[in-house]
Design a protein around this ligand. Structure first.
Ligand code: MTE
Ligand code: HPA
Ligand code: MOS
Length: 774
């Protein structure tokens, strides 16, 4: 119970410089989140007369449109207008990497849920009613739903890519063991709490402002301009925050924003388009399902000498981000291991599913699942525990990745050994053994999961950001960057950076909305790099301002600059507090007509990649860690619980331990969900069956591990990480892969005849089959 207002916001309002410097302040959004005051697209104050829109989409996965009858819908009272591709003044094209995706279908539909028209009405209710009155006739064309079918038919998004190192063919002849197999990992629904949506409003002279729930404001701006056939400066995109993105709004927030803008363009009136959950689930792409095959070769002493894999990525009906995601699968195909001979190929297979898209890990998890499967397979056949093979092959300093980067500041063994000793792996394994010896209806399984994830956009040119920092007359500060807050806490981190440089309390700092008129030509907030890129730009801008302020102070106090420091809102001279306060210094700076604004640009140094050779140094650094997962399987029901996940994670020098821990725990739950319970199902006609929360199960408080322990790995951090605090958004998702193998080990303990299968998610249904398969 809180007694008064100031008390309830105690930590937030009373946070002092000192607390900010301890670098563990609360997520600054927690206060408004808790009170329901945080603003999302649906909370924007809409103008009088705003129209509401609903998308009319394909009721078939593949076919030729023979006829559409809009007459009844158009005649419905309250319907303003229905827009189709014919109303597009610019290009009917929204493809980001490859121009292969129309905003609205023209003559053919390519997936169930493909947008065909936008119904604009006085209310969403009316627009929905109108949608039901539209009659469409489609002549069926053959539907492809799986990557394998696409491969057989030669249906691809682009040319395959191959990364190779050494000579696998020769190496396999020298191996004592060679194993081959196949794996499948299913897609995953993002299930951001805030569904896709946007609000477009007309400004003067045909300018349009779009409020969008997007990770990529520039992508929205650029695509809206292209579709409307106007210059980019006519479109302003603004983002306050997202109720989650998880990659699902890197590219796929764009169509809805562009549709709303298109209607605003024609009607000169505000238009709001927010998908309801059903529409969102049906129309948007998900994590890519992968069908893969592997061949792994080992020496007698369990060294992996050769690894080959072919990844069939189910890209869906258009490229979207698939080529970039496919590339990251190759980058992470050997996870945290050194393999001297590698040949991995990925094929982006074009199917009749919604275009699949970015999802936390961006193809990396799909690649890692395959090598972990190959290792589990080898371990089973050889008769050793998988973790023996994992351990022997962990990456070491100066090892070469298949893409040519030399591994530096490698923490793979450090994380692995720390996890083993901190959590006493021998005792944990004994416990599992004893339990299994004494129980017949329940069996426990344990698995270790090391991770290694590269930080940077794999497309080098995307690794840049800018920050625009204003110090206002009264000493308060406003910061604009390209960073989009989606729950990951990036705004808090950026605020900490400014608080630290200026040595002022965080309540003197405001993080502005992400807006294309203040910070332009941005990369999306993605690749776990948002805090690094935007934080480094902020740091640069703040330091430039600080230098300027110090110069003013030195003139004012008549001492040279190197003796001056700003501390706790005062100027210090030789470590002694002067009378010159932060606010006085700001007004003096203003009177001297010195700029109190700075715009800084940051571009990650050192990185490069040559696609013609598939070699380079694409990552600023890698993030490492190891998780130990234990599970108990109910061998009567096939259900399972996770007893514990014990993690040692490489945060570098975490700049905000609470936020970073939240990222680890959230990502872990999401990874476990992907591997165990989240089952996307399409029927052969390409219709989404798992189209509601009743048929698609995400982890809840009952299914997350009973305990999650996370210990930070002791390291010195990395210079290219913001304040040496390593990127944390995506890597821990891959700890969840261990859940699959822990369950499998429990099944093995129950059923000695069990033949390993690598078909994720390992749902209770599959567990039950495994338990009783003869
Ligand atoms: N955490 C929350 N709460 N919500 C999100 O949408 N997205 C994840 C991760 N953590 C996400 C999240 C993904 S996919 C990425 S790439 C990173 O956050 C993006 O933010 P960062 O670059 O600041 O880590
Ligand atoms: N990660 C995430 N998003 C991206 C990337 C990447 O490497 N490249 C393009 N978008
Ligand atoms: Mo994250 S998948 O890079 O948005």
């Amino acid at each position: 119970m809180h007694k008064n207002k100031s008390n309830s916001s105690l930590d937030f309002k009373k946070t002092q410089v000192e607390v900010a410097l301890k670098l563990s302040i609360k997520n600054l959004d927690s206060y408004t989140h808790l009170r329901g005051e945080s603003l999302y697209v649906d909370d924007v104050n809409i103008r009088q007369g705003t129209f509401h829109a609903v998308v009319f989409d394909a009721p078939k996965a593949h076919g030729t449109i023979k006829h559409i009858d809009y007459s009844k819908a158009e005649a419905l009272d309250g319907v303003e207008r229905i827009f189709t591709y014919k109303d597009i003044p610019g290009k009917n094209q929204i493809g980001g990497i490859i121009p292969d995706e129309p905003l609205f279908a023209e003559n053919e539909v390519h997936f169930w849920g493909m947008p065909i028209a936008l119904i604009v009405a006085e209310s969403e209710f009316i627009a929905r009613q109108a949608r039901a009155l539209i009659k469409i006739e489609i002549e069926d064309l053959p539907v492809i739903t799986t990557a394998k079918q696409a491969k057989t038919k030669g249906s691809f998004i682009n040319a395959p890519r191959t990364f190779s190192l050494g000579d696998t063919e020769k190496a396999f002849t020298e191996c004592d063991y060679v194993f081959e197999g196949e794996t499948f990992s299913n897609g995953q629904e993002h299930l951001y709490i805030e569904a896709q949506g946007a609000y477009a409003e007309p400004l003067e002279n045909g300018n349009i402002k779009i409020t969008s729930s997007t990770q990529g404001p520039t992508a929205v701006q650029k695509t809206a301009a292209q579709v409307l056939g106007v210059a980019m400066h006519k479109i302003e995109v603004d983002v306050t925050r997202l109720g989650g993105g998880f990659g699902g709004k890197e590219d796929q927030a764009t169509p809805w924003a562009v549709m709303a803008a298109l209607a605003t363009f024609h009607l000169n009136q505000s238009v709001k388009l927010i998908l309801n959950r059903h529409d969102d689930l049906r129309m948007t792409g998900k994590r890519h399902p992968y069908e893969s095959s592997y061949k792994i070769g080992l020496s007698k002493d369990l060294k992996i000498l050769a690894y080959e894999a072919e990844f069939l990525q189910n890209s869906g009906a258009a490229a979207d981000l698939s080529p970039a995601i496919a590339e990251r699968t190759l980058f992470h195909a050997t996870n945290s291991y050194f393999v001297p001979n590698v040949s991995t190929t990925v094929l982006s297979c074009k199917t009749n599913l919604p275009p699949n898209t970015a999802f936390r890990g961006f193809g990396g998890p799909q690649g890692m699942f395959v090598i972990e499967s190959a290792i589990a397979h080898a371990a089973y056949e050889i008769g050793v525990s998988a973790h023996k093979i994992q351990e022997i092959n962990l990456l070491r300093e100066n090892d070469t990745f298949s893409y040519g980067q030399i591994a530096k500041q490698v923490e793979a063994k450090n994380a692995w050994n720390s996890a083993k000793s901190i959590y006493n792996i021998e005792a944990l394994e004994k416990e599992v053994e004893n339990f299994n010896a004494n129980n017949s209806n329940f069996k426990k399984g344990i698995a270790l999961m090391p991770i290694c994830f590269g930080i940077s956009f794999t497309n080098t040119p995307m690794n840049h950001a800018r920050a625009l920092v204003h110090i206002y007359l009264d000493g308060s500060v406003g910061i604009s960057t390209a960073a989009v807050e989606m729950g990951q806490g990036v705004n808090t981190k950026i605020m900490q950076i400014a608080a630290q440089v200026f040595s002022i309390p965080i309540e003197n700092i405001k993080i502005e909305t992400t807006n294309t008129t203040r910070v332009a030509n941005t990369s999306p907030s993605a690749a776990s790099s948002t805090a690094d890129l935007n934080g480094k730009a902020t740091l640069k801008a703040c330091r430039a301002l600080l230098d300027r302020l110090k110069k003013v102070a030195s003139e004012d106090l008549n001492v040279s600059e190197e003796h001056i420091e700003l501390k706790d809102e005062f100027v210090y001279v030789n470590n002694k507090k002067s009378d010159l306060s932060w606010t006085e210094l700001i007004s003096k700076t203003m009177l001297k007509r010195v700029a109190l604004t700075e715009n800084a640009h940051y571009a990650t140094p050192e990185i490069h990649f040559d696609k013609s050779k598939e070699k380079g140094h694409p990552f600023a650094y890698h993030v490492y860690g190891t998780a130990i997962i234990t599970t108990t399987v109910d061998c009567t029901r096939g259900t399972y619980e996770f007893d514990a996940v014990k993690i040692v994670h490489d945060y570098g020098k975490s700049m905000n331990k609470a936020i970073d821990l939240g990222q680890v725990e959230g990502a872990l739950a999401q990874g476990i969900g992907w591997m165990t319970m989240e089952e996307i199902a399409y029927n052969d006609e390409g219709r989404l069956l798992s189209n509601a929360l009743s048929t698609y199960k995400v982890p809840d408080i009952f299914s997350v591990p009973k305990t999650v322990e996370t210990v930070p790995l002791e390291t010195k951090g990395h210079e290219l990480a913001i304040l040496k605090s390593k990127a944390v958004g995506e890597p821990p998702l891959m700890y969840g892969i261990g859940a699959y193998f822990a369950i499998q080990n429990a099944i093995k303990a129950f059923n000695p005849n069990y033949k390993l299968k690598f078909h994720a998610p390992i749902t209770p249904e599959k567990v039950l089959m495994g338990l009783y398969k003869k």
